[in-house]
Unconditional design. Structure first.
Length: 288
């Protein structure tokens, strides 16, 4: 009943290039608003408190961002996939003065979000429209080797397109990263975690140091959910790991070292010649 109620109270909607409908809806479960695309909740935004990260995987990303550089230090960030700009808003709120670039395929989505969920006027954020892989390859030369944070959270409906899951894609993206920068990837998968295992293997083919954050049952492959892959060319500070575990959301699990070796055992990195899109969740997953 709650979902039916908020559908009647929607702030606005837009038709995307693939014919699906994006809507901005007041959340029925917490303060703020949700961006819904074709029945799939894509983002949550609290305009009064941009540090309120409602979705579990986004909160896990926020916990990693909090550990980058010195507290409050501005970052240079690139976000592939806009959603409702939840993470860029978080970076702006917690790291004032950060320079951020967002790559999004759908201009109507950006227009919808800017109209109904406006950004702070002083935010230093540029949105570039186009395919994430194509635009990443054409970003200004000044960003090469200068990006502190790269977030990959690209979905077409409820799936990540195959061409954004490959070794070649991550190689193109990794050229942007400073030596001690961090890549964050949102990976959605279900029972068995075949896609997630392959994604972790793919990322580690490009960036040696990898940890995975997830809810315990998700990481065990017992239910569909989101895993956050954290990767860097440099060793991740050892003090990060207990802090990430403590940060939650709980129950939390941080897989590292030998656990990553075991997690990807037998998984072949995805390439442009054999990659697949992420699995599509059942619609009932979002009946909260």
């Amino acid at each position: 009943m709650a979902r039916a109620r908020i559908e009647n109270d929607e702030l606005g909607r837009a038709r995307l290039g693939d014919g699906t409908i994006a809507r901005v809806l007041p959340s029925a479960y917490t303060s703020g608003y949700e961006l819904d695309v074709d029945g799939t909740p894509q983002s949550h935004v609290d305009l009064d408190d941009p540090t309120h990260l409602h979705f579990e995987y986004v909160a896990r990303m926020g916990a990693v961002i909090d550990l980058l550089r010195m507290p409050g230090q501005p970052l240079t960030a690139v976000h592939l996939g806009a959603g409702a700009l939840t993470i860029p808003r978080y970076v702006e709120a917690t790291r004032p003065g950060s320079r951020q670039q967002v790559v999004e395929l759908e201009q109507p989505l950006i227009d919808l979000v800017r109209t109904h969920l406006p950004l702070p006027r002083n935010a230093s954020l540029r949105v570039r429209i186009g395919d994430a892989r194509a635009v990443t390859a054409k970003l200004p030369a000044g960003l090469t080797g200068a990006v502190d944070l790269l977030v990959c959270d690209v979905y077409a409906g409820a799936q990540t397109p195959a061409h954004l899951t490959t070794v070649e894609f991550y190689q193109d993206a990794a050229r942007l990263l400073a030596p001690d920068a961090v890549l964050l990837v949102n990976v959605a998968d279900g029972a068995g975690l075949a896609f997630a295992r392959r994604q972790v293997a793919t990322v580690r083919e490009v960036l040696e140091h990898v940890v995975v954050l997830a809810e315990v049952q998700v990481l065990k492959g017992r239910r569909f959910g989101n895993l956050v892959v954290v990767a860097s060319a440099s060793p991740l500070p050892v003090e990060w790991l207990p802090r990430l575990m403590a940060a939650g959301p709980h129950p939390a699990k941080v897989a590292q070292g030998a656990e990553i070796d075991e997690f990807i055992r037998g998984a072949r990195p995805a390439t442009d010649g054999d990659a697949t899109a992420s699995p599509k969740p059942l619609p009932s997953l979002f009946d909260r």
